[in-house]
Design a protein around this ligand. Structure first.
Ligand SMILES: [Zn+2]
Length: 484
């Protein structure tokens, strides 16, 4: 049987989270606004208006270029991409062509065992072919034999980023998008919510017989708006291409549209080639001059990136990769973890267990922001220390999480105010043990008759009487002493 290899390249459009649009002062994000409510003569391209570049767009573009290890050009230009479409009132889109903001770059993509064909994790280097700034076009909607146009998205700032044909499976494509989304949120340049079109993805897919070097005609899949749908659509298209080739047919360079409802690909109009766009320099805008000073200012607080931090957590704190992956899923969470480890001074894995189970559940259930929680890293560290010292038991420690979060009091204060400290006073526990045994003649008789497993029941009884605050080990010792 012939073995095939799949070649996938992804084209992403990333909506930058600036307040205003790229060339005018209209509000950029109008996801929740009525159609045509955030528009002006500039973004609608009325005659006689001039675009003015939003500096924040350049700054966010530079951050992304840096994160992708791309070369940042000190001088870059805007170009007009000419095409006619009803949702493009100017008749052209302002974009960047040959001298764009960034050149080259890559992302080293960790592919986990769960997404690997032979169940072994590996790393795939994904090269970046294009990274440039551009404006978005409007949106058309057909219905009731009419066509409606919403210009709200005209002039919304985008970065278009195109990968080389480096991805080999539908799972790798999905992993790439997950890591890209994580990275965009981490460096704070986009909400990267695919459902709200903050992150859009087109996929180029072709196949070849394994071992061959030449690239075959590819199809382009458009209109996929979730990571699962991208994985699904690519997998379907690979199957289709293999079927066609096996049947002796040629693959034609179609543009396909993913239909979410039916889970099928439909053929769209044929794609225009690059030459059809008649690119030329945008005469109404100056080139972007990125001085050394400005660039340094933009990159001054550039953070450690998620994959690097993940590797460091494994190395420095001896965490399993699974923990490190979850703890670095978001920047604020990873900061919270590390600050707790530093405040605590004990076993970092213990912090990870508490955080991933109980604290993360609180954060998710209550929609909390790790940065603004009353249960600060210092408070969580204090709870862990109180448990370590034996001042409180684990259950009390866990109940403190919500109490601290609700009241803002320190764990130590709550333990003192509510008398939650463990009773390890021998005579106090002994009195309760004696009381319990006097009340339970049947159990005592059974125990003495050989049913020694009843010891657990006795310990439980003492704990209940002392509202969970007895030192359980000590209670057990005293009970055994009294019973024997
Ligand atoms: Zn406008």
């Amino acid at each position: 049987m012939t073995e095939y290899e799949t070649i996938i390249g992804l084209e992403t459009h990333i909506q930058l989270n600036t307040t205003t649009k790229v060339f005018c002062s209209c509000k950029a994000d109008s996801w929740f606004d009525p159609p045509n409510s955030n528009i002006c003569p500039v973004c609608c391209g009325l005659p006689g208006v001039l675009p003015v570049l939003n500096k924040a767009v350049v700054e966010k573009g530079v951050l992304l270029a840096r994160a992708m290890h791309a070369e940042i050009r000190p001088l870059s230009y805007f170009d007009r991409k000419n095409y006619f479409y009803p949702d493009l009132p100017k008749g052209y889109q302002i974009s960047q062509f040959d001298q764009s903001l960034a050149k080259g770059g890559y992302l080293d993509l960790p592919v986990p065992a769960s997404a690997s064909p032979d169940k072994q994790p590996y790393t795939r280097r994904v090269t970046i072919w294009k990274l440039h700034i551009e404006e978005d076009a409007g949106k058309t909607k057909t219905g009731n034999q009419r066509r409606f146009i919403d210009f709200n998205r005209c002039g919304v700032p985008l970065v278009e980023m195109v990968t080389g044909p480096d991805l080999r499976t539908a799972d790798e494509a999905a992993q790439y998008l997950m890591r890209l989304r994580q990275l965009l949120r981490w460096i704070g340049i986009s909400e990267a919510d695919m459902e709200k079109a903050h992150l859009r993805c087109d996929a180029n897919v072709s196949i070849r017989v394994k071992g061959e070097m030449k690239l075959n005609p590819k199809t382009e899949i458009k209109n996929v708006n979730s990571i699962d749908a991208v994985r699904e659509a690519i997998a379907r298209e690979i199957e289709r291409q293999i079927r066609e080739v096996e049947a002796g047919n040629r693959i034609e360079a179609w543009t396909l549209e993913w239909d979410e409802d039916s889970g099928t690909l439909k053929k769209m109009r044929s794609k225009e080639t690059e030459a059809d766009y008649r690119y030329f320099r945008e005469p109404d805008l100056l080139p972007i001059r990125l001085s050394k000073e400005w660039k340094n200012e933009i990159l001054a607080d550039f953070p450690e990136l998620p994959l690097a931090r993940r590797a460091r957590f494994v190395e420095q704190y001896n965490l399993p990769e699974y923990d490190a992956d979850i703890l670095t899923s978001e920047r604020k969470l990873s900061d919270y973890y590390e600050n707790t480890v530093l405040a605590y001074g004990g076993d970092p894995k213990k912090v990870s267990n508490w955080l991933m189970n109980d604290v993360l559940r609180m954060i998710n259930d209550q929609g909390l922001n790790p940065e603004e929680m009353k249960l600060t890293p210092a408070a969580l560290a204090e709870i862990l220390q109180l448990v370590d010292k034996g001042t409180i038991n684990i259950n009390t420690g866990k109940s403190l999480l919500q109490k601290v979060q609700d009241s803002g009091r320190t764990p130590g204060q709550i333990v003192a105010d509510e008398g939650l400290g463990l009773v390890s006073d021998d005579s106090a526990i002994r009195a309760v043990c004696e009381e319990l045994l006097a009340e339970s003649p049947n159990e005592v008789a059974n125990y003495k008759a050989g049913k020694v497993t009843l010891i657990g029941w006795f310990v439980g009884g003492v704990m209940k009487k002392m509202r969970g605050k007895a030192d359980a080990a000590l209670a057990r010792k005293i009970l055994e002493e009294l019973l024997n």
